[in-house]
Design a protein around this ligand. Structure first.
Ligand code: G1P
Length: 272
């Protein structure tokens, strides 16, 4: 069973400046709720019991969001507002489930995962990138189901326009079925003419604990960062099975300002 989810949150969010100069991008509200809470809800509904947040000293406000008891207690005493009390209860519930781990230099997703090594209990864990929201259908649930069926690692994927392949991790595949396929290779941000498909990695992964042994051996790759993509490729080459889950939900990119604005519009439309 997949019970633990790793969420890398140490990125600087430079694509969202000036908003992110004071506010972590993961706390920016989308239709009145922090981006991060959409991710937590998706996980809760899928049966996740523990979150490991990888933050940095610059992103301590994320921790504060979950540990601001004094502030709430004073207000709740004075105002007796039901909505605030409910929000506070929700935050306390999440807090019990979160472990904080630090990554003070943004050295990439691989490095972030490695920092969680001693906390991983099962043979597999989930990783979610908070820039990637998937709404309408619970992608984590779909992936856990496919994992149960195939008993191997799973990556969320979707077809992207051919001309954008260099922005993503790109999968090579075989034996494609309606909603999934076997992954034969992964390349981080390939050149346009080198991409073997236009199935992109979207930020949800069910990974084996043994990936830690591969990450340790990695040298910095694309953009001088340690990429989880490179560790995944090495595992595939050693015969570990990975499947791509072509998710049904709607993908919203919250990592850029225009994407963030669009996500807010799309989510409020859906709630009407
Ligand atoms: C990361 C991953 C990439 C993946 C993308 C999905 O890239 O490295 O493989 O396709 O997320 O959003 P980033 O968005 O951090 O550049």
């Amino acid at each position: 069973m997949i019970k633990q989810a790793i969420i890398p949150l140490a990125g600087l969010g430079t694509r969202m400046l000036p908003l992110t100069s004071v506010m972590p991008k993961e706390l920016l509200p989308i239709n009145g709720k922090p981006n991060l809470e959409y991710i937590l809800e998706e996980c809760l509904q899928a049966g996740i019991k523990q979150f490991i947040f990888i933050i940095s000293t610059k992103k301590k406000n994320i921790k504060k969001y979950f540990y601001n008891d004094k502030f709430y207690q004073k207000i709740i005493k004075k105002k007796k507002d039901k909505r605030i009390q409910e929000e506070f209860n929700k935050i306390k519930k999440y807090r019990k489930m979160i472990k904080f781990v630090y990554q003070n230099k943004p050295n990439g997703t691989g490095d972030a995962v490695l920092r969680c090594k001693k906390h991983i209990k099962g043979n597999y864990f989930l990783m979610l990138l908070p820039d990637d929201l998937i709404v309408k259908n619970n992608c984590t649930k779909e992936m856990i189901n496919l994992h149960k069926q195939k008993k191997c690692s799973i990556i969320a994927t979707k077809k992207v326009p051919q001309k954008t392949v260099s922005r993503w991790g790109i999968l090579s595949l075989r034996n494609k079925k309606k909603n999934y396929f076997e992954i034969t290779n992964v390349v981080e941000k390939p050149k346009l003419n080198k991409a073997e498909s236009n199935y992109a990695i979207i930020g949800r992964y069910i990974l084996p604990k043994i990936i830690m042994n591969e990450i340790i051996k990695l040298k910095p790759g694309q953009g001088n960062e340690i990429h989880i993509t490179d560790a995944i490729r090495n595992l595939i080459q050693k015969g570990n099975r990975f499947y791509g889950n072509i998710f049904k939900g709607k993908y919203l990119d919250c990592g850029t300002l225009s994407g963030y604005i669009n996500s807010s519009i799309e989510i409020s439309k859906d709630l009407k």
